[in-house]
Design a protein. Structure first.
Length: 256
């Protein structure tokens, strides 16, 4: 039995390699925040593309620590809701929220939440490649649930990988290390473009407990044509905006 403070999570992951959610629980206990400027840029793109109005009810699907919702709050939006399946991410979000009002956080599976949302939303956003976690055979059913959770004029704004740009740039596999109280979290990216996926292996290297390998996280890659087809299957119309950001990302807007 590991003696590390996160021993329960680590042992659970090692014995249950399909439980990606537990990997996120550990990651969000110390994950570095994306630079504030990147968050502000993404939120500005959302506000402009979705033509948000001050009174709009907004859902952040996969809100993590809430940084996009806090950016929206600073812009004056008040009917904000975030859902995530990570308790550690939401603990950080609620700590940042403090005594302020205006943001409701829910811990839930996305499909469970969307099947019985607390209200209908005027706009839904999903950043950090959250929708890329769903393979082609699963994403249309999620999109259909999102559509049902939106008002008749509701919009879905999301961030995914720019598959065409990835194919042109052919990025090299990458490896990053993050120090955690003397231990190290090793996070890799392996680009499998022919298979239309990016694989993210990870290890937790403890000086006292040894090395634990976590289940690979997979993010799926879709062409604009595939995303448009899925949008139409769910009853949306689609348009896209490709960025020149260092990461090959693009934004999609699905509307009724």
């Amino acid at each position: 039995m590991l003696g590390h403070p996160w021993a329960e999570w680590i042992n659970g992951m090692a014995s249950n390699p399909d439980d990606i959610k537990r990997r996120f629980e550990l990651w969000f206990t110390f994950a570095p925040e994306e630079p504030a400027a990147a968050t502000e840029d993404a939120v500005t793109a959302f506000v402009d593309a979705a033509a948000l109005r001050p009174h709009d009810a907004i859902l952040d699907l996969g809100c993590g620590t809430g940084r996009h919702l806090f950016a929206l709050q600073r812009l004056g939006y008040g009917a904000l809701c975030g859902v995530d399946f990570s308790s550690s991410a939401l603990a950080r979000a609620r700590e940042r929220l403090g005594e302020r009002n205006g943001i409701a956080f829910f811990m839930a599976d996305f499909k469970d939440f969307l099947s019985a949302p607390p209200r209908l939303f005027d706009a839904c956003c999903s950043f950090d490649f959250t929708l890329s976690l769903y393979p082609r055979e699963q994403l249309p059913s999620l999109l259909a649930l999102i559509k049902k959770a939106l008002t008749p004029a509701g919009r879905l704004f999301f961030e995914v990988w720019d598959y065409e740009r990835l194919c042109n740039e052919k990025p090299q596999d990458a490896r990053n290390e993050y120090a955690v109280a003397g231990d190290v979290w090793v996070y890799e990216a392996k680009y499998r473009l022919a298979e239309k996926r990016i694989v993210f292996p990870a290890q937790f290297q403890s000086k006292t407990e040894g090395t634990v390998c976590f289940p690979d996280q997979v993010q799926y890659l879709f062409s604009v044509e595939e995303l448009t087809e899925m949008a139409e299957e769910a009853g949306f119309s689609a348009r896209f905006h490709k960025t020149d950001a260092p990461f090959p990302r693009m934004y999609g807007l699905f509307s009724h």
